[in-house]
Write a protein of this length. Structure first.
Length: 78
């Protein structure tokens, strides 16, 4: 059973694109929330303690910011 993955991102964000490309390249389905379109998402990621994007939320794991392939590998068992 796959874990639910959500990437909070914004347009023209290099690390956001790297994260989404990594997930796609590794066959991981994920949802994307554009914080520029969904203003409540900004409050949500700030509530998690983050001030920048991407913020990746993986079911059952601690959310993290930035492009961190080592955490993606660990959390998703790739």
């Amino acid at each position: 059973m796959s874990k639910k993955v959500v990437v909070y991102s914004k347009p023209n964000c290099k690390n956001c694109l790297l994260t989404k490309n990594w997930l796609t390249g590794n066959g991981t389905e994920f949802d994307t929330v554009d914080i520029m379109e969904d203003k409540s998402a900004i409050d949500y990621i700030k509530g998690l303690g983050f001030l920048g994007v991407p913020v990746t939320v993986i079911e059952g794991q601690e959310p993290f910011d930035g492009f961190k392939p080592e955490l993606l590998n660990e959390y998703l068992g790739k």
